[in-house]
Design a protein around this ligand. Structure first.
Ligand code: NAG
Ligand code: NAG
Ligand code: NAG
Ligand code: CU
Length: 162
């Protein structure tokens, strides 16, 4: 029989467990297994994802073959390589995250990769509404481990009630 104190304990555990999940940042590998490369549709890649502050984008590519320029909307649209970018990433295993909301534009600054091979990505960093369930985020081991832990705690709590 579930007593009142049991229910309180279960509720307390649920709150403790659910809260950090909503502030947890996700990690996205841009282009998935294809990485950051030419002739890949990054618009389609980004389409089904919702990005929040502190989420990390990982750009993977052979160092020297590509790079990542963080640019403004105009340079993104024109693949403008003449205006200096806000930021250049070039390690081949670059991480980018933003502490602020809004659009971010990425292009490859090598040759004609942006202009003729569509190597460009635009994302919008959105505000996370408190209490909202986090968007499904792929490839975050921590997150999965964390969710398993959550499930375990809930199961244990339910066993305690019965
Ligand atoms: C890329 O994908 C978007 C969204 O699915 C689509 O609208 C666009 O036509 C595609 N671009 C190319 C070059 O295939
Ligand atoms: C983002 O991370 C910074 C620390 O790196 C933290 O101070 C800030 O609160 C985080 N913002 C959100 C919305 O999680
Ligand atoms: C890329 O960098 C991350 C740390 O930022 C590291 O964990 C990972 O192993 C690196 N991957 C490669 C392929 O170098
Ligand atoms: Cu490139």
């Amino acid at each position: 029989m579930a007593t009142f104190s049991h229910i309180v304990v279960v509720l307390a555990i649920s709150i403790v467990v659910v809260l950090p999940a909503s502030t947890m940042a996700a990690e996205y590998v841009v282009g998935g297994d294809s990485g950051w490369t030419t002739d890949y549709n990054y618009t389609a890649w980004a389409e089904d994802k919702v990005f929040y502050v502190n989420d990390t984008l990982v750009f993977n590519y052979p160092q020297g073959e590509h790079n990542v320029w963080v640019v403004d909307a105009a340079s993104f649209a024109n693949c403008n390589l003449l205006t200096p970018p806000h930021m250049v990433l070039a390690s081949g295993n670059d991480t980018f995250f933003s502490l602020t909301l809004g659009k971010r534009w990425f292009i490859c600054g090598v040759g004609n990769h942006c202009a003729e091979h569509n190597q460009k990505l635009a994302i919008n960093i959105e505000e996370k509404t408190p209490g909202m369930t986090p968007a499904p985020a792929p490839s975050s081991t921590t997150k999965y481990a964390y969710q398993s832990f959550t499930a375990l705690v809930i199961v244990l709590a339910l066993i305690t009630i019965v």
